[in-house]
Design a protein around this ligand. Structure first.
Ligand SMILES: [Ca+2]
Ligand SMILES: [Ca+2]
Length: 325
């Protein structure tokens, strides 16, 4: 039986002891920050793939979360989760993506919270939720793994801890392409340590053949938009890249990426792509003035302020104060 989300005994326990012994070394004030989040189940289904702000959360532990063995279910008590942690990010993601809203967490262990369920995917007694930060395995529990701005967080449900951990696929593709015209995409495989290599022989949505030895494939998209992913046997399905085949100004607002806020006041800065922003409750401030792509901005409850580019075609909802520049 593995310890909750931990990969080895000495490393996490040591890290845990350090954290307990030297709390002053921990980052001072928790602050909301944006990082990428992806959750993939063993069938290769993507349960979440967005940019999600971190933030403090309270999670009800679940007596049925006993994937670590009989008697390891949660107490049913609510626990406070550090906002800068991977678990804090995950708990907030449920606001923007209902597929990962339900979490099965146990507080049966002294050294950290254990995770059995994310959305519909439940760890069997032989498996565990594998957590990677910037493509490398995390050796601390999810409630102790710090998420920093721009990090790439990946959760993958390993069904059998006796099997080698699959490589993670990472897809690079353009956000716009000519309809019916072939273009090149590139797939990288990251191992458990985060070491990168070209992903040869994997499938990519819309590709005429699997990737070559350099990890490249030729893809053609006929529809207005199509989400591409790379997948392969014994590999963790890649991030999705949605390609639009029209001029950027005619592409659907928010098609390229979702950014999820927290129920508190957030400062959300959109990039150049067409982003769908779900700010959530709280007094949010949203800055979306970069690029010409149209964003889809839901400011949510609370008195929110948005600054966006004139002529971008962005669509707004529940935004009380609007400035165009
Ligand atoms: Ca918010
Ligand atoms: Ca509002």
């Amino acid at each position: 039986m593995p310890t909750p989300t931990f990969r080895a005994a000495a490393g996490p326990l040591f890290a845990c002891l350090l954290a307990l012994t030297f709390p002053a070394l921990a980052e001072a004030k928790p602050r909301s920050t944006a990082a990428d989040l992806r959750v993939v189940d063993p069938e290769g289904r993507t349960l979440a793939d967005l940019t999600q702000l971190t933030g403090p959360a309270r999670i009800g532990t679940d007596p049925r979360a006993d994937c670590f063995g009989p008697g390891t279910g949660g107490s049913g008590d609510e626990v406070a989760v550090d906002g800068t942690s991977a678990l804090g990010q995950l708990a907030n993601a449920g606001g923007a993506d209902r597929r990962v809203r339900r979490l099965g967490i146990t507080d049966a262990f002294d050294f950290g919270l254990g995770i059995c369920r994310i959305g519909p995917a439940v760890a069997p007694s032989t498996g565990y939720w594998y957590l990677k930060v910037n493509h490398a395995a995390s050796f601390t529990g999810a409630d102790q793994t710090t998420v920093r701005r721009g990090d790439e967080i990946l959760w993958y449900l390993v069904e059998d801890f006796n099997d080698p951990v699959p490589d993670e696929l990472d897809l690079r593709a353009p956000a716009v392409a000519e309809a019916g015209e072939p273009f090149t995409v590139e797939v990288t495989a990251y191992d458990d340590d985060g070491d990168a290599s070209p992903a040869a022989g994997v499938e990519v949505t819309g590709a005429d053949a699997p990737t070559d030895a350099s990890g490249r494939a030729t893809v053609t998209v006929g529809a207005r938009t199509r989400t591409l992913r790379a997948s392969g046997a014994a590999a963790i399905t890649s991030n999705g890249v949605t390609v639009c085949t029209e001029a950027l100004r005619d592409c659907p607002p928010g098609y390229a990426r979702t950014i999820g806020g927290t129920p508190r006041a957030d400062r959300i800065v959109a990039g150049r792509a067409a982003e769908k922003i779900e700010a959530g409750a709280g007094r949010d401030r949203i800055v979306a003035r970069r690029g010409r792509a149209a964003d889809l901005i839901d400011c949510g409850a609370g008195r929110d302020r948005v600054l966006f580019a004139r002529g971008s075609g962005s669509r707004l909802r529940s935004c009380e104060r609007v400035e165009r520049r």
